[in-house]
Design a protein around this ligand. Structure first.
Ligand SMILES: Cc1cc2nc3c(=O)[nH]c(=O)nc-3n(C[C@H](O)[C@H](O)[C@H](O)COP(=O)(O)OP(=O)(O)OC[C@H]3O[C@@H](n4cnc5c(N)ncnc54)[C@H](O)[C@@H]3O)c2cc1C
Length: 504
């Protein structure tokens, strides 16, 4: 380990941290990344049980696109010379609702035309409203390209990107009602809401449409060797550019002198830099890594006003039969207790009824596990408080009971036998994620996105939220929120903006 002074030290090698470090190294800055884990990626990693290697987090990567029509992430990777072997699943998702006014079991394709035709077939009379939604989407896309070019003339924004403005100021529910989309079509179109972690009544339409567009238009994708392939490729691109990474090393505090952060402390060792970028959660940094006088009241007020994002309960299953033998044909299946997206969100406080996503990895990557076997992930989204401090015995019994219940729920809805074919099982609760990522309550979603605290609002005030000189943040808790493409984009923007300021 060297004792040199770095331009930038990044605390945490999660997606946001790696993206920021790589961007800074690519722009010629000296960079050191420090992570307490022994592999890169944070959530974006890999673990093995028996003969199965599991993907812990990535179900679907947004904003990849194709070689002919590349999305933002693919363009960025290409620019950096990172080549990923992307696999595109056959369909967008299969959505099933059990109760409510509009019970359905539909498989939705990718592609704007194909998706529109499928909705019209399932809910006759929906086409017009969906076409209106795509029109709004086009305007949001064009606004994004305008902002991406570095321009921000308020008059141009107001006159040319009206739908973008409206979609930023209204919830998805309000927009879908306003364009007259029938209720059942609204329910199907809203299927992705758990990916953003808040109800259709609370989340802005602009953010939802950015995600919807990137899955339906640009198509969801998975790297052939899953998220670990991404993290390793980024780590290599970083070290090729002279960046350093220290693993198995926890940053215990930040060095705060003369009103400014100018380094990190690892045990009793000081490492100096011009600027620290933290991939760790702001409140952890404020409470544990800085002296109280360094954190202004406004910083505390802001983190206290925000609500932690949703928590996950995920079951990773290695099955001793192939996907075909078990009866899985779809890569992503969404099961909802009720067809009403508002009730779906209310059910997040009850794990027995909360939305469930099921991914059968072999339906996208047939040889993801040994021949004659398959891998299944059952993810339930959860917004209730969890007693992470419960004792070990209670914890084991509690998580086994929930896993049993979730597996049974899937078996009953899909008419498949999962339980009798389990060879390996790993059950991850919010406590597991909290221990691995160090996020409050184990949320992988940062702070909940709300209309008052949407990506547009956060982006406009992001400069003002840099409360402590020499310190900024990247990750799911920042402007764009959770997800792979979002945390990469946010990490990239944070490093670019910082260096632009230095250049000025
Ligand atoms: C089960 C599951 C499914 C998901 N599915 C998808 C999906 O399909 N598509 C999608 O786009 N997103 C998905 N996500 C969300 C996505 O994985 C996360 O939003 C994203 O990876 C978070 O990245 P981050 O930059 O916030 O870093 P994190 O992953 O939170 O990593 C932070 C890193 O900082 C390190 N760190 C923290 N404190 C310190 C310290 N003091 N010293 C040293 N190191 C420190 C931690 O060790 C960690 O490595 C999923 C997440 C989960 C858990």
């Amino acid at each position: 380990m060297s004792e040199k002074e770095y331009d930038i030290i990044v605390v945490g090698a999660g997606n946001g941290g790696l993206a920021a470090a790589l961007t800074a190294a690519d722009l010629g800055k000296s960079v050191l990344v420090i992570d307490r884990n022994i592999v890169p990626g944070g959530c974006a990693t890999s673990f093995r049980r028996g003969r199965f290697e599991f993907e812990p987090s990535l179900h679907e990567f947004a904003a990849v696109g194709t070689d002919e029509n590349p999305g933002g992430c693919l363009r960025w990777f290409k620019k950096l010379g990172i080549n990923i072997n992307w696999i595109i699943p056959k369909d967008a998702f299969r959505a099933i609702t059990i109760n409510g006014d509009d019970i359905y079991d539909v498989t939705m394709p990718t592609g704007i035309q194909e998706f529109t035709d499928a909705i019209e077939k399932e809910c006759p009379g929906s086409r017009k409203s969906l076409e209106k939604l795509w029109k709004i989407n086009k305007n949001i896309r064009e606004a994004g390209q305008y902002f991406g070019s570095g321009k921000m003339n308020p008059l141009v924004v107001v006159l040319k990107y009206r739908d973008f403005m409206r979609a930023s100021a209204h919830t998805i529910k309000e927009v879908l009602d306003d364009i007259g989309m029938p209720r059942k079509a609204q329910s199907i179109v809203s299927s992705y809401w758990p990916y953003l972690g808040n109800s259709v009544e609370e989340m802005d339409c602009m953010l939802y449409m950015c995600m919807f567009d990137s899955y339906i238009n640009e198509m969801p994708a998975i790297p052939r060797f899953r998220s670990h392939e991404l993290s390793c490729a980024m780590e290599k691109a970083l070290t090729d550019r002279g960046g350093e990474i220290w693993y198995n090393t926890e940053v215990t505090s930040l060095i705060y002198e003369d009103g400014k952060v100018n380094g990190v402390r690892v045990g009793d060792r000081d490492i100096r830099c011009k600027h620290v970028i933290c991939n760790a959660f702001p409140e952890n940094v404020y409470a544990k890594m800085l002296p109280p006088e360094a954190v202004p009241e406004r910083a505390w007020k802001l983190v206290n006003a925000r609500k932690h994002g949703m928590k996950f309960f995920t079951i990773y299953l290695g099955l001793n039969k192939s996907a075909e033998e078990i009866g899985f044909k779809d890569y992503t299946i969404v099961i909802n207790e009720d067809s009403d997206p508002i009730k779906q969100a209310e059910y997040m406080s009850d794990i027995k009824k909360s939305p469930v996503f099921i991914n059968c990895m072999n339906c996208a990557i047939p040889d993801a596990s040994p021949e004659g076997t398959s891998m299944l992930y059952i993810t339930s989204f959860w917004d209730a408080d969890v007693d992470i401090g419960m004792n070990v015995e209670n914890y084991q019994a509690w998580k086994s009971e929930i896993a049993d219940m979730l597996i049974k729920r899937c078996e009953d809805v899909l008419h498949v036998d999962i339980k009798n074919n389990i060879e390996e099982i790993e059950i991850c609760t919010p406590a597991t994620f909290a221990r691995y990522m160090g996020t409050p309550n184990g949320t992988p979603y940062g702070y909940q996105i709300k209309l008052w605290d949407s990506p547009t609002v956060r982006s406009m005030s992001s400069r003002g939220e840099r409360f402590i000189p020499g310190l900024s943040f990247v990750g799911a808790h920042q402007e764009i929120g959770d997800g792979y493409s979002s945390t990469y984009a946010q990490g990239r923007n944070a490093a670019q903006n910082l260096i632009k300021e230095w250049d000025k």
